[in-house]
Design a protein around this ligand. Structure first.
Ligand code: F6R
Length: 241
């Protein structure tokens, strides 16, 4: 595990974007897993800037969504589909045909998830970007998720719904379920970059770095990953010895 502690969120975002840039340049056709949430917004801004400065070309990149609420319409501004387009895709040259989405409108989520999982396991992602929940979830793999888990429908914890309700008009509007790439499938990624900023992530980060593998802290499974880069700001790193 490589741990990078940055001075602030801007530096964290820049470091993450720099690694992605290098990976894309090194591997045409890179398969890239995209996280959403507040954490990677700065990283996406930096990638867009580098794209506009012609320092990065996404034309051969294959992108994969990490998770999505369920059910939710693509046009809902809280869908991760909408987020991924608004914050990133519409500004860069990732081809539509190279975008793999988790479909929040599907009528058959189990079948959809099985097929999505097979697609990834057959040819694992080269680089997965992750944030982490206050409760240690990665993707929407909530505490208790198996470290072998596949892409599936998951019930969100009330805690996650409450934290994420900041983006919705009311907590009642936060979907009760989600689709997420499983932990077992995430672990197949050749490289993982995990980003965390802010003091409310410090406990999850301490579990990752100093704790044992524990189902109640899904992030701890990443300890076993051979090529994990953890990029933190000072606040997220504040509980590490
Ligand atoms: C989002 C995702 C989640 C978030 C986590 C932290 O695609 O997979 O695991 O990374 O909930 O969210 P923020 O960044 O909003 O604190």
């Amino acid at each position: 595990m490589l741990i990078i502690i940055t001075k602030d969120y801007n530096e964290l975002s820049k470091r993450a974007a720099d690694i992605i840039n290098i990976e894309i340049n090194n591997k045409p056709g890179l398969r890239l897993g995209l996280a959403t949430g507040s954490t990677p917004i700065g990283m996406y801004k930096e990638l867009i800037k580098e794209y506009k400065e012609k320092k990065i070309d996404f034309s051969s990149v294959h992108a994969f969504m990490l998770d999505e609420y369920y059910p939710i319409k693509k046009s809902d501004k809280n869908s991760y589909y909408f987020y991924t387009h608004e914050k990133f895709l519409k500004h860069v040259n990732i081809k539509k045909s190279n975008l793999n989405i988790l479909e929040g409108e599907t009528k058959n989520p189990n079948k959809f998830c099985n097929e999505y999982d097979k697609k990834i396991r057959k040819n694992p992602l080269d680089l997965q970007i992750l944030g982490v929940g206050v409760n240690g979830h990665i993707g929407f793999n909530e505490p208790g998720s198996s470290n072998q888990s596949k892409t599936r429908v998951i019930k969100l914890t009330e805690n996650t719904r409450k934290i994420n309700s900041r983006f919705f008009k009311h907590i009642n509007k936060v979907p009760k379920n989600a689709l997420t790439i499983g932990i077992g499938t995430i672990m197949k990624s050749k490289k993982i970059i995990l980003l965390a900023n802010g003091k409310n992530k410090a406990s999850a980060i301490k579990h990752l770095i100093e704790g044992k593998i524990d189902k109640n802290w899904p992030i701890t499974t990443l300890k076993n990953h051979k090529n994990l880069v953890v990029i933190l700001d000072k606040e997220a790193a504040r509980l590490i010895k």
